[in-house]
Ligand binder design. Sequence first.
Ligand SMILES: NC(=O)c1ccc[n+]([C@@H]2O[C@H](COP(=O)([O-])OP(=O)(O)OC[C@H]3O[C@@H](n4cnc5c(N)ncnc54)[C@H](O)[C@@H]3O)[C@@H](O)[C@H]2O)c1
Ligand SMILES: [Zn+2]
Ligand SMILES: [Zn+2]
Length: 365
Amino acid sequence: MKAALVETPGQPLVLRDDVEIADPGPGQVRVKVSHCGVCHSDLSIVDGQFPSPVPILLGHEAAGHVDAIGPNVTTLAPGDPVVLTPCPPCGKCYWCVRSEPALCVDSIGIQTNTFADGTTGLSRGGETVYRGLNVAGFAEYVLTQEAGAVKIPADVPLDIACVIGCAVQTGVGAVLNTAAVEEGATVLVMGLGGIGLSVVQGARIAGASRIIASDPVSERREAAKQFGATDLLDPGSDDVIGRAREITEVGVDYAFETAGSAALVEAGFQAVRNGGTVVCVGAAPIDQSITITPAVLLTISEKKLIGCVLGSVNSLREIPRLIALWRAGRLDLESLITARRPLAEINEAMEDLRTSRGVRTVLTI
Ligand SMILES: NC(=O)c1ccc[n+]([C@@H]2O[C@H](COP(=O)([O-])OP(=O)(O)OC[C@H]3O[C@@H](n4cnc5c(N)ncnc54)[C@H](O)[C@@H]3O)[C@@H](O)[C@H]2O)c1
Ligand SMILES: [Zn+2]
Ligand SMILES: [Zn+2]
């Protein structure tokens, strides 16, 4: 099949037509991909900020139609339209039974870039191709677990549904599930890409009273306003911490780091009120770290720092819920997508993201 591979981190992706994909095994399905969005987590691997094995097939924000099902698959049939998810909940493991499905054993692939048993179902000339971030969607076909492909109604356009897979599940889920933001709460969002703008939308859906949105890119601040932000800040000229504290008088209830910067996690601690919560959604380069003074930031102030993978979602529940919100006119998917390109322009799509041109670029496969 055709697929875009990272062969050498730091170099452009290479378009190949000789990648082999296995037939679906027990409990697996193969999906013909129609569209795949480009996320900063892909870019961080392309640029070598997250070390990963190569060759690797990235793309984890995809939608398409089921092409074939393996033995024991009962909930999907060939032809079903689906959104793919990087965190498929098996329903049975330690984490799934504790209602932490985003941490399911089958989600280990976002760390290993393989299935849980170490295979990938992908190869080229006999050599293993890694299954980037547990999906591998910059290709004609994806092989995944049954719960890795979530059926959606046939009338939902796949070119917009694909962004639910990562950006929207992560951003809206971070608000509704990870942080469980309550009505009337105050929120600061630092970084307004596909993830941060989805946090803004999630905060609006949750009924937050102030949604303070910060990004150096003016087009992205304007987009945040359209998505429901009440206050816009430019970190280049505004004192973000000072303004957030001024607007809310005591500091925000929740600060979301959605740019991928360790320094902004620390800024979040300054911006939240005593008892407030910093939600770490962005994935800062692994050579960055944070310094916390426990006595000041945690003990006497009861501030909290929480992590977030894919919005702590159960994708089997979350994807239908997000589509229902979209149908009700409460979730704008269309405005997240600012460019469409053929797979052949994958390097231009990476450049869109590198330079914050538009918001999400979706590839037509
Ligand atoms: N937790 C998860 O499960 C998960 C899922 C997907 C993506 N991510 C991570 O989320 C982050 C965002 O992804 P994205 O696709 O939206 O990226 P993006 O590049 O589209 O957006 C990042 C934004 O941060 C802005 N920014 C940079 N410096 C800033 C500053 N000092 N203050 C405020 N904003 C600043 C940029 O201008 C840009 O608009 C990445 O680190 C990505 O790897 C995490
Ligand atoms: Zn992503
Ligand atoms: Zn599980």
